[in-house]
Write a protein that binds this ligand. Structure first.
Ligand code: 0O2
Length: 265
């Protein structure tokens, strides 16, 4: 492959990143819609920058022809979790797809085996099948799974590496290792109040979903119910919302459901 073809070569990688990002983001949204805690907090994706591909190829003595096969992280998605415990759940979600819409090649556990730099993250290298204009291909992609706190550290360290062209001064390296340990300590501490936080978040999600249902029901009734009836419903909703009792809001929504059905009939 010639270097001038590199841009063209990146097209399927862009497609793979888009599809993988969408798939894992949809899982997050599905959990939330069901009022459940999502082990996925956020999903981002990127195609490796051209300069970064060439730099990696030259560092690893990879010829332009071998770039496609030997650089596995040209397509990369990053799945962020709130808690270390969520990482295993996300790993399982990826493994469940193995042989279906992706093929796992390798797993690298940099959480158990922290890199000397202090880097922590779980990497899964996959082949992602794509039907392109040129036919069926399997694109290598790297899925990085890490907590928000691991990500904060990695992103910061990455920019320093860039600033110092990979040669971070020893003193700064030591301080970064200390920061990585502090970030991990934060993860451990947060883990101890995980249940409490998850419960609060679930409650929030349930309340939001209920509010959406109520608003939709009120919107439907607006076109059918009498003006005085709507005034009463509005007043009742404002009072109940201020009161914040979920059971009473649920009851109110059930009444709205019944009214909507009656008017529909
Ligand atoms: P970018 O900008 O994310 O594309 P390597 O030899 O480390 O270059 P290898 O052996 O192909 O890479 O695989 P590895 O280490 O499993 O995954 C490489 C990617 O993991 C890196 O991509 C980073 O995103 C991340 N990573 C690995 N080690 C570190 C680290 O010490 N610090 C930070 N911040 N990230 C790391 P690139 O190519 O570096 O960059």
């Amino acid at each position: 492959m010639e270097i001038y073809n590199l841009k063209e070569m990146l097209f399927p990688y862009e497609q793979a990143v888009k599809e993988l990002t969408l798939k894992f983001d949809s899982i997050k949204n599905e959990y939330r819609m069901l009022g459940m805690y999502s082990p996925i907090e956020a999903v981002t994706g990127r195609v490796k920058k051209m300069s970064s591909i060439l730099e990696k190829a030259s560092r690893k003595k990879i010829s332009p022809d071998e770039i496609r096969d030997k650089i596995e992280d040209i397509a990369g998605i990053r799945i962020l979790c709130q808690f270390v415990e969520d990482i295993q759940k996300v790993i399982d979600l990826v493994r469940e797809r193995d042989g279906r819409d992706l093929f796992i090649e390798e797993e690298r556990d940099y959480i158990t085996n922290t890199k000397p730099s202090g880097y922590r993250s779980y990497h899964i290298i996959v082949r992602y099948p794509l039907n392109t204009a040129m036919g069926y291909i399997e694109v290598p992609a790297e899925i990085q799974i890490r907590t928000l706190s691991m990500n904060f550290w990695a992103v910061t360290e990455h920019s320093l590496k860039y600033k110092y062209s990979g040669n971070i001064p020893m003193d700064l390296q030591k301080r970064l290792i200390n920061c990585a340990e502090a970030a991990f300590k934060l993860d451990e501490e947060m883990g101890t109040i995980r249940e409490e936080i998850m419960h609060a978040q679930r409650l929030n999600e349930v309340k939001n979903n209920l509010l959406n249902d109520i608003i939709e029901n009120m919107h439907n009734l607006y076109f059918n119910a009498k003006v005085e009836e709507m005034d009463e419903i509005n007043r009742k909703f404002v009072d109940l919302w201020e009161e914040g009792d979920l059971d009473r809001l649920r009851e109110f929504n059930q009444q709205l459901n019944i009214m909507t059905e009656v008017y529909r009939a």
